[in-house]
Design a protein around this ligand. Structure first.
Ligand SMILES: [Zn+2]
Length: 124
């Protein structure tokens, strides 16, 4: 299994700690260094996206836990890689299917957010 790397200090993450303060959850990367424990503050949970794989290829690095602003950066470099590389027909088809899946997931999330906003507005 791949170890997840801390986006703050670059060390392996032993585990993720969640701290709930009020209505928000904050994440800390916990590092076991010898006998001691070191923690890096990562930020509020809702600015992070969990991905199952940690890998680096073509200059793209996916953390086990990535900030949404970084995800947008990754997406723009993916688009750049797509337009500047010569992929096979099969690869292009696979990529297209993956993007359509992503689109479906995003549309679904947007729909839920809009519904939540509407029901909040109604209860006010
Ligand atoms: Zn760290």
């Amino acid at each position: 299994m791949d170890k997840e790397i801390c986006p703050r200090c670059g060390r392996e993450i032993s585990w993720i700690e969640k701290r709930v303060i009020g209505s928000r959850t904050y994440l800390y990367a916990v590092h076991r260094v010898g006998r001691s424990i070191k923690k890096c503050y990562l930020g509020p949970e809702d600015t992070y996206i969990y991905v199952s794989k940690t890998h680096s290829n073509d200059g793209l690095i996916f953390w086990g836990l990535i900030r949404s602003d970084r995800l947008k950066l990754y997406l723009s470099s993916i688009l750049q890689a797509l337009s500047s590389s010569d992929f096979s027909e099969e690869d292009l088809r696979d990529i297209l299917f993956a993007l359509r899946d992503a689109e479906r997931v995003i549309e679904e999330k947007l729909r839920k957010k809009r519904e939540e906003r509407r029901s909040r507005a109604l209860t006010k």
